[in-house]
Design a protein around this ligand. Structure first.
Ligand SMILES: [Zn+2]
Length: 306
């Protein structure tokens, strides 16, 4: 990516001032992607010219394309200026931005704002490129469903009486002082959780959990496993606790209930991705977080959700 000084983007007004026209946005987008050497997305050659209408023409294969091709902005009528402001808003707000708020902030319809947020969330996708190591806490959380059936520590405020159709299990793994990974799971049985742990957590890692039987196989799988008995109100024994991952569940619930009010099962993973992104980048500056998502938005993230 061409060097843009992202450190200047430390407030909404700084983003609005810099990206003051649509042509400036397009120019920045093109330079960020290709530098001075525009590449044809169709044939991969470099014989491209900028036409008067602001689109590019490949003199090799005659393909016409826009600077937004293969990005999250492709085929949308929303101006790039609004897109960039939306990215700043979602990355700088600690509890996220819902579509109603975004529609008021950047003057688009609520439906468009919802669609934009979903597209931006694609840049938050999680992968297993860096295995978790050191000390890792694993835990499950249930969203929705009958609260009275759950252990006290797993209850979610404000969901009592909701349809059990909304009940969904979420599984999380967090490296202390490191990365967090979380995802929806069909259930929290050992057969479901063990392959996920093996995918994301390096062998011989120290894993702390609660007393759930789903974790009984960890030692056999070459992990060092200890647990606390939440059912006996035992939460911390020396270094053994799951308070870090539970702190994340608490943030997640605040975002879901405070900002989005309700999330459907279908889209739950994208909200988890958003909050995992927020957690993993919480020590970054606002401008660094904006840069992170801006860079990812330049490639269409069709990667499958976890
Ligand atoms: Zn071409």
């Amino acid at each position: 990516m061409k060097k843009i000084d992202f450190t200047k983007f430390d407030s909404l007004i700084s983003v609005a001032d810099y990206f003051d026209t649509e042509s400036k946005c397009k120019q920045t987008l093109a330079e960020s992607r290709w530098g001075a050497d525009v590449i044809c997305p169709h044939c991969g050659k470099h014989h491209c010219k900028l036409s008067k209408n602001g689109r590019y023409h490949c003199t090799d294969c005659n393909h016409n394309f826009s600077c937004t091709v293969d990005t999250i902005f492709e085929n949308t009528k929303v101006s790039l200026r609004k897109w960039f402001l939306a990215i700043y808003l979602i990355t700088s707000n600690k509890k996220g931005v819902n579509s109603h708020q975004l529609s008021r902030d950047i003057k688009v319809t609520q439906k468009t704002a919802w669609f934009m947020l979903q597209k931006i969330r694609r840049t938050f996708f999680q992968d297993d490129s860096d295995a978790l190591t050191g000390t890792v806490e694993c835990d499950e959380m249930y969203l929705g469903g009958a609260e009275k059936n759950k252990h006290e520590s797993k209850r979610t405020e404000g969901t009592q009486g909701r349809s059990t159709k909304t009940k969904k299990a979420i599984f999380g793994m967090i490296q202390r002082s490191g990365k967090l990974v979380a995802m929806t799971v069909e259930n929290t049985k050992a057969d479901t959780l063990m392959p996920i742990i093996k995918q994301f957590v390096a062998q011989n890692t120290v894993i702390y959990t609660d007393e759930s039987k789903s974790y009984n196989r960890l030692k056999k799988e070459n992990y060092s496993h200890s647990f606390v008995r939440h059912n006996d109100n035992e939460f911390v024994v020396d270094d053994i606790y799951t308070n870090t991952i539970e702190g994340f569940w608490s943030h997640f619930k605040k975002m879901v209930f405070g900002t989005y009010h309700f999330v459907s099962k279908k889209h739950l993973q994208s909200y988890i991705d958003e909050e995992v992104y927020r957690w993993n980048t919480r020590l970054m500056s606002e401008s660094a977080r904006f840069k992170f998502v801006f860079s990812k938005s330049l490639t269409q993230c069709d990667c499958k959700m976890l």
